[in-house]
Design a protein around this ligand. Structure first.
Ligand code: URA
Length: 209
């Protein structure tokens, strides 16, 4: 496997357990997703480069640390990626946002693209691609290929849950893209769902089932 970080912080694991529970309401699921995305974003940005700037506090002048380089890009794979995106933007409000509309054909499980909009200068920025579920990895592999085609060359992938099969496929296709997840589950079932998982993330966050 390529570089994979499982964020095993107790708060992340606790919130994830409540999200997995089928009795958790849509409102509860959405709130937890927002909270957990803050914690995951903290981890995925942990090693960002810093520079310093001269400021004046009420007491003294100082060289104080600030983030170096251009603003981050958060690339949300629609529609479930948007659930993670909201919390990420709470933490990094100046980030740029890309939207990638790709769905899995339910018969073939292959990705079909229907929307793509990204900042022009993504080559100069760190791009964090977000999708809650790394299952077959078909959509995430295709999304990262699309972003690379637009010049992105510094990419990380953030999800909530991953299947071992998805992690294997994704890291083989994009060994240069580190993966961050809250857990790697047991397996994928024949319908492409992560087991034990949490069900359909989009349906659970938007109450569409
Ligand atoms: N997408 C989901 O929403 N859930 C899964 O288990 C797999 C893919």
């Amino acid at each position: 496997m390529g570089r994979v970080t499982v964020v095993d912080h107790p708060l992340v694991q606790h919130k994830l357990t409540i999200m997995r529970d089928k009795n958790t309401s849509t409102a509860g699921f959405r709130r937890l997703l927002r909270e957990i995305s803050l914690l995951l974003t903290y981890e995925v940005t942990r090693d960002l480069e810093l520079t310093t700037t001269r400021i004046e506090t009420p007491l003294a002048e100082m060289e104080a640390p600030i983030l170096e380089g251009k603003k981050l890009v958060f690339a949300s794979i629609l529609r479930a990626g948007n659930g993670l995106l909201e919390g990420m933007l709470d933490l990094v409000p100046a980030a740029r946002v890309a939207h990638i509309g790709i769905y899995r054909d339910h018969e073939t499980l292959e990705p079909v693209e229907y929307y793509f909009k990204a900042p022009q200068d993504i080559a100069d920025r760190l791009v964090i691609v977000v999708d809650p579920m790394l299952a077959t990895a078909n959509t995430s592999i295709a999304a990262v290929e699309r972003l690379k085609g637009r010049g992105a060359n510094h990419i990380r992938f953030l999800c909530l849950l991953a299947a071992p099969e998805g992690v294997e496929r994704f890291t083989s296709a994009h060994p240069d893209v580190p993966v961050f997840t809250a857990a790697i589950d047991d397996h994928l079932n024949e319908k492409g769902y992560i087991v034990p998982g949490l069900g359909d993330a989009g349906d659970r966050m938007y109450g569409t089932k």
